[in-house]
Design a protein around this ligand. Structure first.
Ligand SMILES: *[C@@H]1O[C@H](CO)[C@@H](O)[C@H](O)[C@H]1NC(C)=O
Ligand SMILES: *[C@@H]1O[C@H](CO)[C@@H](O)[C@H](O)[C@H]1NC(C)=O
Ligand SMILES: *[C@@H]1O[C@H](CO)[C@@H](O)[C@H](O)[C@H]1NC(C)=O
Length: 379
């Protein structure tokens, strides 16, 4: 592993909370004694090996079509665009470390066996791998608790400690506070010449296309969010892009302060998991000109919210997540840019990187994800 951690007895956790999902025993106890092909044989009803199902979106012409893990279409990536038109951009993620009792559960992915701590470090490592592979010369900054002793020894990666309460109950709240503190510090140190944009994300994502283009292609936004057609949570908190101009950073700080205020006053009871998303949705929907219909169509749009120009980008492309259960599922757009391994899909994230490392074919890897993404894995 290229990411190193000095406090080995500690339990690390990354955003979103990876390992608090309790193991679900009971349902399939009987099957544990008679493992069948493609039935989970460990930890209740979750799989400990990759399972490919049908790829959704078949028959839709603008969706990725697959034969197993072989892509039948050409995906639309930006690698043939003029590189000198892109501006320097840094990824920022929050990652924290917790003291906990010794942990003995291990899982194996590929040829490597991981403890819980090693699993979350491996996810952080793969997050960085994808960024550095798909967006050459992009730096990553990890915001963390000064007490966490996090040490990452990789080119282009730095750890930036910010004081705060990173306890699991307060992590989502702290994440917004850390973003604000980071941006404030940045504003103080900024010189006029040196414009550097920021993209704040969860660390359980794979960046598959160069995201720097959004700052070039949509020149007028201060900050960008990803949205989806979901009335309760129309905005995902796992992706916030901030234009690195003085104006962009100032407006982004004001916007995040508003979200923090709403979170603290209305959603503290939900602070563990969803508070930030509910607060974001509240800030977005409380704007007098809010039009829910805009969120039903997966097309980018701009909106002025409390003096900040906000670009809304469709989750289907910028934050693609395989939906849970038997809900609507329209496959994967050919120009997908970010895949989000939400919930019990962290194994798939590591497997995807392994697959990509051995095949060097990003479209085939997307087929692997599309076919496998509805499966619930053991971590
Ligand atoms: C679980 O199933 C997989 C694939 O069928 C197999 O490779 C693995 O050895 C099984 N694990 C256990 C503990 O039986
Ligand atoms: C993608 O591939 C499928 C299957 O070969 C085909 O039907 C579809 O038209 C292709 N889409 C595009 C945009 O090329
Ligand atoms: C994993 O183990 C298999 C079987 O021993 C071997 O063929 C393969 O090269 C190994 N892969 C890596 C990445 O080490």
């Amino acid at each position: 592993m290229r990411v190193l951690c000095s406090g080995w007895r500690r339990f690390l956790i990354c955003i979103p909370l990876l390992f608090i999902v309790p193991h679900l025993f009971s349902v399939n106890q009987i099957q544990q004694h008679r493992p069948k092909l493609d039935m989970p044989n460990k930890s209740g009803n979750k799989f400990d090996h990759l399972v490919l199902g049908p790829a959704a979106g078949q028959g839709l012409s603008n969706r990725l079509h697959c034969e197993g893990s072989k892509a039948l279409n050409k995906t639309h990536f930006s690698n043939n665009r003029r590189v000198n038109a892109i501006e320097s951009t840094t990824f920022v993620t929050v990652f924290s470390v917790y003291n906990t009792s010794p942990d003995v559960s291990r899982v194996t992915v590929g040829n490597t066996s991981y403890s819980k701590v090693e699993r979350s470090m491996a996810i952080l490592d793969v997050f960085i791998n994808f960024i550095q592979e798909r967006m050459l010369q992009t730096d990553v900054i990890i915001l963390t608790d000064p007490a966490s002793d996090l040490y990452v020894n990789r080119r282009g990666v730095s750890v930036y400690p910010i004081q705060g309460d990173y306890s699991r109950e307060k992590l989502m709240l702290q994440r917004i506070r850390s973003y604000i503190k980071f941006l404030e510090k940045n504003l103080q140190e900024q010189t006029q010449k040196d414009v550097r944009h920021y993209i704040f994300t969860d660390s359980d994502i794979a960046v598959v296309d160069d995201l720097r283009w959004i700052f070039h292609d949509y020149p007028n936004f201060h900050l960008a969010l990803t949205f989806r057609n979901n009335k309760q949570q129309p905005v995902n908190s796992g992706f916030i892009a901030v234009r690195g101009t003085r104006d962009g950073i100032t407006r982004a700080i004001a916007f995040l302060r508003k979200v923090l205020e709403v979170y603290s006053s209305k959603y503290m009871s939900a602070s563990r998991m969803l508070g930030d998303q509910l607060a974001l949705a509240w800030v977005v929907a409380s704007e007098p000109s809010f039009d829910a219909k805009r969120y039903a169509r997966p097309e980018p749009f701009m909106k002025d919210i409390g003096g900040s120009s906000v670009l809304f980008l469709p989750c289907a492309i910028y934050n693609w997540t395989p939906p849970e259960g038997a809900g609507q599922f329209h496959g994967m757009p050919l120009d997908v840019k970010v895949v989000h391994f939400k919930g019990s899909r962290k194994r798939l994230m590591l497997e995807s990187w392994n697959f990509y490392s051995s095949t060097a074919d990003i479209s085939d890897m997307l087929c692997l994800i599309l076919s496998s993404g509805r499966t619930k894995y053991d971590f």
